[in-house]
Design a protein around this ligand. Structure first.
Ligand SMILES: Cc1cc2nc3c(=O)[nH]c(=O)nc-3n(C[C@H](O)[C@H](O)[C@H](O)COP(=O)(O)O)c2cc1C
Length: 371
């Protein structure tokens, strides 16, 4: 299953694993894939600590980081607004609605730690992105990826100057072409079924079009890949590798909330939706009383990014805490980003075991198809 991506990124198999949990990233990189740490929302010190650990644990292996510097968000033109200004953009009607929702579900209010405010409100600004890139470049990362738009030109230039490659997630052919024009080295074509922010075109339809549109630039396929058969299908569509997210949420190393893990284990592929309820941009997540409330036309519409995260961070913290303590309201409301492949994720296993299972099944599938 060797593709040119294996040579470019010095990996044994072209499997990229996106995770916010440094231990998952380390496990996949050590096993022979490429672990990518979700750094958006991390404090600079937190990223620094995680990269120290990855550098120590993954000597001679490949890993990278992922950022979110969106092309469109409230305050972009101003280079990011202060927390106070962002807070002043949140209507009282939205604050009242959230208070009522928590009251209705008997969830005690719990303010989020102050650091959350900067994560939710400003974690996506260009300024923060640049800060995180600078930290990453002081470690032996091989790839820096951006989501939700073309990374700023000076970031691409700075990363390239250090001999590091730049990747970008796209959900439409025209976005892939823009990324190629901007000088991005790896296109991640992410389909509708993916967990997190995602577009409206399915992986099956998107991948071959993106592959053709950006050739000879390499493409990794994302969205719905949780098994070796799906990885083989992605390669058949012309991708040189796969980019996976949801499948790692159900590993032993993942820092997924325990109640969320339980809910994922029970969920079917029909139990997710694309909703603006969590970040203000459409993101696939588990359906719960939280998404039901925000999708109800009688209730206020979610706010644009980053106001929605800023508005909801205290409530999210309260819900997570309540669910952890066994509160029924918290358990009903809690949810998390996950793709349609959630219906395939029934067990919690070590990340290295999940990796091996995908690779083995992919190899068997490719052999079966060529016999
Ligand atoms: C919990 C979760 C959080 C995510 N956060 C990000 C993110 O911060 N940046 C990003 O580029 N992609 C993010 N994604 C998308 C993943 O990078 C990946 O493209 C996606 O999970 C692939 O589809 P799959 O979930 O079907 O494997 C996230 C996905 C999940 C499930």
């Amino acid at each position: 299953m060797h593709t040119p991506l294996c040579d470019i990124y010095e990996i044994e198999t072209p499997l990229f694993a996106f995770s916010h949990s440094p231990k998952v990233v380390a496990a996949v990189s050590k096993a022979g894939g490429f672990g990518v740490l979700g750094a958006a929302g991390m404090e600079p010190e937190q990223l620094d600590r995680a990269l120290q650990m990855l550098t120590r644990e993954c000597t001679g292996k490949s890993f990278g980081i992922d950022l979110i510097i969106p092309e469109k968000y409230v305050g972009r033109e101003e280079g990011g607004l202060s927390l106070e200004t962002l807070q002043s953009h949140i209507p009282q009607r939205h604050r009242d609605f959230l208070d009522q929702l928590l009251e209705e579900y008997h969830v005690p209010k719990q303010p989020a730690p102050v650091t959350f405010a900067s994560r939710a409100g400003m974690g996506i600004s260009e300024k923060r992105g640049k800060q995180l890139v600078d930290i990453a470049l002081s470690y032996p990362v091989k790839l820096i990826v951006n989501a939700l738009g073309v990374p700023p030109a000076y970031i691409i230039e700075r990363v390239h100057q250090q001999g590091v490659r730049v990747g970008a997630l796209v959900g439409a052919v025209k976005h892939a072409v823009h990324q190629k024009e901007a000088g991005v080295d790896l296109i991640v074509a992410q389909g509708f079924e993916a967990g997190g922010h995602t577009g409206e075109i399915t992986t099956m339809v998107l991948t071959p079009q993106v592959v053709d549109a950006v050739a000879p630039l390499p493409v990794a396929t994302a969205g719905g890949i949780a098994s070796g058969r799906q990885m083989a299908a992605a390669l058949a569509l012309g991708a040189q590798g796969v980019w996976t997210g949801s499948v790692w949420l159900m590993t032993e190393e993942a820092e997924t909330h325990p109640v969320v893990k339980e809910k994922f284990a029970q969920a079917t592929s029909s139990d997710t939706l694309r909703s603006r309820a969590s970040t203000g941009k459409p993101a696939r997540q588990l359906r719960s009383a939280w998404t039901d409330a925000w999708e109800d036309p009688d209730n206020p519409d979610p706010l644009p990014m980053p106001l929605q995260s800023l508005l909801t961070m205290d409530a999210q913290q309260s819900i997570q805490q309540d669910a952890r303590q066994g509160g029924e309201g918290g358990k009903k409301l809690i949810n998390y980003f996950v793709g349609q492949s959630v219906g395939m994720l029934k067990q919690i296993r070590p990340a290295a075991e999940v990796y091996q299972a995908i690779i083995q099944e992919c190899e068997e599938t490719l052999t079966r198809l060529t016999q």
